[in-house]
Design a protein around this ligand. Structure first.
Ligand SMILES: [Zn+2]
Length: 130
């Protein structure tokens, strides 16, 4: 009884294997070289999307593909900074105007911390020279 069950399972397994065995995926060797000069090859399916970099098995650094693949540009694109976003809304000239306006208010004691406030006297002086 037990043997029969086992055999049945094995046969099932074999037929499954036979089915899969026919479809050998084509392979390719992809070469990489890391910054330390280690060169290594990774076996991949030809259908796989070959990555431009692969971790070096010897030192763990990122190896670059020796077939001339370049890492995707989007990965290297720096994140948009607040400054970038600001420049999309305002020109440098506008920003300068806003800055001097705010400085005027700051020095006049209307905004900002007290230690940055100028005395009335020097504010008047600054206005005269401007
Ligand atoms: Zn290495």
């Amino acid at each position: 009884m037990g043997e029969r069950t086992l055999r049945g399972a094995r046969l099932g397994g074999q037929s499954f294997e036979d089915e899969r065995g026919i479809e050998f995926a084509a392979r390719q060797q992809v070469g990489y070289a890391c910054p330390q000069g280690h060169e290594f090859e990774i076996t991949m399916s030809v259908e796989a999307e070959v990555p431009a970099t692969w971790e070096c098995p010897r030192c763990g650094a990122a190896g670059l593909s020796t077939s001339g693949l370049v890492p995707e540009v989007k990965n290297e694109k720096p994140a948009r900074t607040h400054w970038d976003m600001l420049l999309e809304r305002r020109s440098i000239k506008e920003l300068e105007d806003i800055l001097s306006e705010r400085l005027e208010l700051l020095r006049g004691g209307e905004i900002g911390p007290a230690h940055l406030h100028r005395t009335r006297k020097s504010k008047a002086k600054a206005k005269k020279t401007a």
